[in-house]
Design a protein around this ligand. Structure first.
Ligand code: FAD
Length: 633
């Protein structure tokens, strides 16, 4: 008889970026939720880079906000610099990135959690899951207390059996010296869950007073800051911003690294975990790109009330003395003093192929998971998974349908589909190149794509939803107006076109046709458009993109229609692929292991060929028309 027993609707294990979103989703949907963390001081901790967003990650944060998540609002309250990346390129790759004051970020998220109804925060290490007849019924802490729940979300991040390593120093701790969680892995394995061992790394933090910034390029934020959250009033966040700095490694840096590779735990084999290909350590870069004579180093403030500076681009696990030697070869860091050493961390996570698209374990009903624990890397990737896992745990408890976003609806859909369908043997990092429909999945229209879904879930307010409906109507009406307003060949028009090196008009034209011209856009045509209504920036942006890229958008929507055809070809959950003649052995094995929801997902499983898909399509078609016996396991 456990000495302490409590009951809740849902439990969330981990208060990192994934756990915070999962817990808020469950509690805001009215479920009594308990949130566990090994240290309440590490709530929403940013143990690595001091920024939120960036290429494709900014898309994830905006999609999360559109659905009703918290990260976007939290960074709008705590950023110290903000920049829209890739503005010189097309809107599909525009991506917001904001430097956070890390301490403020944690403090604000903790405040939000502590003031959320139905949410209980508990500092305790969960050491076991309790499963009865394939159903999750509770969790147990290392102290022996039992918490009975209807569903649980595991978001343990980089803490499970964590080990921090630099040189031949190895500490069995979590990030920043926090306690590791050393007991849950065994319980998960005992329930047949396959675990992986991954690793990631971080650079040193150095003392600002020991840096010579005159030897670096100052990097400024945008003059006009665009908020991450669609609920943030842009006027409320225009403020003075901190700077970041750019410098470079050089041949001397690289030589020191080459001379000490034998002392690197990465190359000596002391690190067994698999690291992220797209977040390589500096020693990885020097070895993999020997011809590059310099690598960028972004020197970023960790916050306004600390002198700690983050050396982005130089994460490492080399010994301390080598860290000093290599950092001091970098212009501006010649006299640098290290506050925290660079280090690598290895930790246990799962093979995400064990999850279905709702992030529920196929083997254990009521057990969901999100974040780094699922084999991803990054605050943003973690937050969106935590949110979706939390929402789907809540949907299951409330007896509602799971919420699954597909690859044509959101980067979140691409991320989760890649994790649960494709074999990931290293930490998965989101990139725009992973999203085949990226012209439609832009960061600027995340609310138009997803806010309605957030409203139907119950995490978007009536007011926010009504604003969305107003925005949709305003965009549509303005596009229609521009398609109807004709411009003549008057002197003012011709002068304007001349000024902008645009072809002069031989006859009248609509404003919309002018917007389409590569050298012109909606914003520039204000001078020719006397009756233009006063519209908010975000509406103007949509009008400009919808007209300018109309052709590309239409083509992509046709591709999506093709994609949907295969996604809508559902496959019975208990279908036995071994009964389909002429399906190749490897395909049968993979399909029976992964149990794809539909033909589209089946076609993305590695080892399943287009020929296998054709065979399957014919078989399912015949089954639908009763020509074949329904074959179940
Ligand atoms: C050293 C280091 C370097 C990194 N480098 C990069 C990088 O280069 N690029 C990048 O994109 N990302 C990097 N990251 C990853 C980034 O920090 C994570 O992606 C992000 O924090 C993951 O969020 P999460 O919510 O999944 O987990 P975390 O933020 O790790 O939070 C996990 C939470 O779970 C709790 N917890 C764990 N186990 C238990 C348990 N059994 N019981 C109770 N509570 C538990 C912890 O207390 C914590 O609150 C790095 C992280 C570290 C530590």
């Amino acid at each position: 008889m456990p000495y302490l027993e409590e009951s809740y609707d849902a439990a969330v294990v981990g208060a990192g970026h994934a756990g915070c979103e999962a817990a808020l989703a469950c509690a805001r949907l009215g479920l009594e939720t308990i949130l566990f963390t090994v240290s309440v001081d590490s709530i929403a901790l940013m143990p690595c880079n001091p920024n939120i967003g960036g290429s494709s990650k900014g898309h994830l944060v905006r999609e999360l906000d559109a659905l009703g998540g918290e990260m976007g609002k939290n960074i709008d309250k705590t950023f110290i610099q903000s920049k829209m990346l890739n503005e010189s390129k097309g809107p599909a790759v525009h991506s917001l990135r904001a430097q956070a004051d890390k301490q403020d970020y944690t403090r604000e998220m903790r405040k939000t959690l502590e003031n959320t109804e139905h949410l209980t925060i508990r500092q305790a290490e969960v050491s076991e899951i309790i499963v009865e007849d394939g159903k999750l019924t509770g969790v147990k802490t290392f102290s022996g207390a039992v918490y009975h729940v209807k569903a649980a979300v595991l978001c343990t991040g980089t803490y499970l059996r964590a080990r921090c390593i630099y040189g031949d120093v190895s500490n069995p701790t979590g990030p920043n010296g926090l306690q590791a969680a050393n007991h849950l892995t065994d319980s998960l394995k005992a329930h047949g869950i396959e675990m992986f061992r991954f690793k990631t790394g971080t650079p040193a933090r150095v003392d600002k007073r020991s840096i010579d910034f005159s030897r670096m390029e100052e990097q400024f934020g945008d003059k006009r800051v665009v908020p991450f959250s669609f609920s943030t009033d842009p006027e409320s966040i225009q403020k003075e911003q901190a700077s970041c700095w750019l410098t470079y490694t050089n041949e001397e840096t690289h030589q020191i690294i080459r001379d000490n590779l034998d002392r690197s735990p990465l190359f000596s084999g002391a690190i067994e975990g698999t690291g992220p290909r797209y977040c390589p350590s500096i020693e990885d870069k020097v070895v993999k790109f020997p011809d590059k004579n310099r690598h960028q180093v972004f020197v970023e403030p960790e916050g306004l009330s600390t002198n700690e500076m983050y050396l982005g681009g130089m994460s490492s696990s080399l010994p301390e003395d080598v860290q000093y030697a290599m950092y001091r070869t970098v212009p501006g860091l010649e006299h640098v003093r290290i506050v925290r050493n660079a280090y690598a961390i290895e930790y246990d996570c799962i093979n995400a192929l064990q999850l279905d698209a709702s992030l529920e374990f196929k083997k254990i009903k009521g057990l969901f998971s999100g974040g780094q624990f699922n084999g991803s890397s990054g605050y943003e990737e973690a937050a969106v998974q935590g949110f979706m896992a939390g929402v789907n745990a809540a949907m299951e408890i409330l007896g509602r349908e799971p919420v699954i976003l597909d690859r044509s609806q959101a980067y979140i859909g691409v991320l989760i589909d890649d994790l649960v369908t494709k074999e990931n043997h290293e930490p998965y990092r989101m990139m725009t190149s992973r999203a085949e429909y990226r012209l439609l999945l832009r960061q600027d229209n995340a609310d138009l794509r997803l806010r309605k879904i957030g409203y139907e879930i119950g995490l978007i307010s009536e007011e926010e939803y009504q604003h969305l409906l107003w925005k949709e109507k305003a965009i549509e009406e303005e596009v229609q107006r521009l398609e109807q307003v004709h411009i003549g060949t008057g002197e003012a028009v011709q002068d304007f076109l001349t000024q902008h090196n645009s072809t002069l008009l031989k006859s009248g034209i609509t404003l919309a046709e002018l917007v389409k011209r590569p050298e012109l856009d909606y914003f520039m045509l204000t001078v020719l458009d006397k009756d233009r209504p006063a519209l908010p920036e975000d509406v103007q942006e949509q009008v400009n993109i919808n007209i300018k890229y109309e052709g590309y958008l239409k083509r992509q929507m046709q591709q999506v229609a093709q994609f949907k055809k295969l996604e809508n070809k559902k496959i019975p959950a208990d279908f036995d692929y071994s009964t389909v003649n002429s399906l190749r052995k490897e395909a049968v094995q993979k399909l029976n292991q992964l149990k794809p929801l539909n033909i589209g997902q089946a076609s993305r499983i590695s080892g399943v060929s287009p020929a296998d898909i054709s065979v399957l399509l014919v078989h399912l078609e015949q089954m639908r028309h009763g020509h074949r016996q329904k074959t179940t396991v």
